[in-house]
Design a protein around this ligand. Structure first.
Ligand SMILES: *Cc1c(COP(=O)(O)O)cnc(C)c1O
Length: 351
C-alpha cells in the first residue's frame, strides 16, 4: 500500500493572498467598506447570537424569501452561499465533470483559478484588453465543446472596468446555450454608469445566465460570509445540492436581513465612496498615473514591474495596498482622510 498523501495536484494550487492586516496601518487592500456595522445590524447580530446553541436554518429560508421579494424573482431561482466565493466553487462543482473548462479573464478575481482546480475543472485564462478591460470577443473565441462556465466579473476585480449593456447582450447572444455565463456582480452597488446593466434582468429571459452577489462589499458584512446566486431554477437547484450543509450561519443570515432593512443608509455610504473614487482617480491621473476608468470601490494602477515597490513605498507610510507582482496595484477607496494619505504617498512615489 502506498503512503497516505494529499492530491498530487494541490502542490500547483494557486494560493489566495488575502490583503494584509497590520496593527496601526490603514488597510486599503481588500475592497472592504470603511464604515463599521450600523447599530441596527449590530443589534440583529446580538439577538441572533443568543440562539447559536441551535443549528442555523440550512435553507436560509427567511433570507431567501426576503431576496425573492427584493429582486422580484421566484425563491426557486435563488441560492445562498458562505460568501459568493463559495457559490463560485459550488457552480463549478454543480456543472463541471473533471476536465471540463471554465473561462475567465486574466487578470480577474484571484479565487477563480483556485476554485476551478479544487473542483477538478480546467482554467482557461483570457488576457484583458490593452485598456485593462474584459475582452469579451476573445472570451467568446475561447469557448470549446469542453467549456461549461464563463465568469464575467462586472465590474472586474482588480481593474475596476465594467462591461456595458450592448456589449454584454452581443456576447450573451453569441454564447452557446450549453455554456453558463456567470455574471459576478460583487461591486454592483458602486456602479454609477447607467449603461452598465443589472445582471438579474438577463436571468428573467435567458436559461444560461447566473448572477453572483455578496453582502461582503457594499453591505459591509465581509467578516460574516454571505452571498447569493440568481439563476435558472435547474442551476440554482444544482448549486444548492452541492452546498456544505449549515455553512451560512444564523448570525450571517440575520445580519444580511438587517442590512437589507438598512439598505437606504448603506447605499448612501456607497454613494459617498463613489464620489471619493472619482476624486481619487482624477487626482491620480493628474499626478501622471494611468488609471483605468473604474466602476468599483477601488482603483487599479497598472505599474508592471514597479507594483511591489509601490506597495512597499505605501507600507512605509502605513498604508496597506494590494500589489499583484509584475502587473499592478489595487487600492481600495477608504475614508476621505485615508484617501488623502494614499494620494500623498502616490505623488511621492519615484517613477
Ligand atoms: C469580493 C469578491 C467576491 C465576494 O466574496 P465573498 O466570498 O462574498 O466575500 C466575489 N467576487 C469578486 C469578484 C470579489 O471581488
Amino acid at each position: 500500500m502506498s503512503a497516505l498523501a494529499p492530491r498530487a495536484d494541490l502542490e500547483s494550487l494557486p494560493k489566495y493572498v488575502p490583503g494584509r492586516t497590520i496593527e496601526g496601518a490603514i488597510k486599503l487592500a481588500s475592497n472592504e467598506v470603511p464604515g463599521g456595522p450600523l447599530p441596527s445590524v449590530t443589534k440583529a447580530i446580538a439577538e441572533a447570537a443568543a440562539g447559536i446553541n441551535r443549528y442555523p436554518d440550512t435553507a436560509s429560508s427567511a433570507l431567501v424569501a426576503r431576496l425573492a421579494r427584493e429582486l422580484d424573482v421566484p425563491a426557486a431561482k435563488l441560492a445562498i452561499g458562505c460568501g459568493s466565493v463559495s457559490l463560485c466553487q459550488q457552480l463549478i462543482q454543480a456543472l463541471c465533470a473533471p476536465g471540463d473548462e471554465v473561462i475567465f479573464a486574466w487578470r480577474s478575481f484571484e479565487a477563480y483559478p483556485i476554485v476551478t482546480q479544487v473542483a477538478n475543472a480546467v482554467s482557461v485564462k483570457v488576457p484583458l484588453s490593452s485598456g485593462h478591460a474584459l475582452d469579451l470577443d476573445a472570451m467568446l473565441a475561447a469557448i470549446t465543446p469542453k467549456t461549461r462556465i464563463v465568469f464575467v466579473c462586472n465590474p472586474n476585480n482588480p481593474t475596476g472596468t465594467a462591461v456595458r449593456r450592448d456589449e454584454l447582450i452581443r456576447f450573451l447572444d453569441a454564447v452557446p446555450e450549453g455554456v453558463l455565463v456567470a455574471l459576478d456582480e460583487a461591486y454592483k452597488e458602486f456602479v454609477s454608469d447607467t449603461n452598465v446593466p443589472d445582471g438579474v434582468e438577463f436571468t428573467h429571459t435567458r436559461e444560461n445566465v447566473a448572477v453572483l452577489r455578496t453582502f461582503s462589499k457594499a453591505y459591509g458584512l465581509a467578516g460574516l460570509r454571505v452571498g447569493y446566486l440568481v439563476a435558472p431554477e435547474a442551476i440554482a437547484t444544482a448549486v444548492r445540492q452541492v452546498y456544505v450543509a449549515f455553512s451560512v450561519n444564523a448570525v450571517a443570515q440575520a445580519a444580511a436581513i438587517a442590512s437589507l432593512d438598512a439598505a437606504g443608509e448603506l447605499l448612501e455610504r456607497c454613494a459617498e465612496i463613489v464620489v471619493e473614487r472619482d476624486r481619487v482617480r482624477a487626482a491620480l491621473v493628474e499626478a501622471g498615473y494611468e488609471v483605468p476608468e473604474t466602476q468599483a470601490n477601488f482603483v487599479w494602477l497598472p505599474l508592471g514591474d514597479k507594483a511591489l515597490a509601490f506597495a512597499e513605498h505605501a507600507l512605509d507610510r502605513k498604508l496597506i495596498v494590494r500589489p499583484f507582482a509584475g502587473d499592478g496595484v489595487r487600492v481600495t477607496i477608504g475614508t476621505p482622510e485615508e484617501n488623502d494619505l494614499f494620494l500623498a504617498a502616490a505623488r511621492e512615489f519615484p517613477r
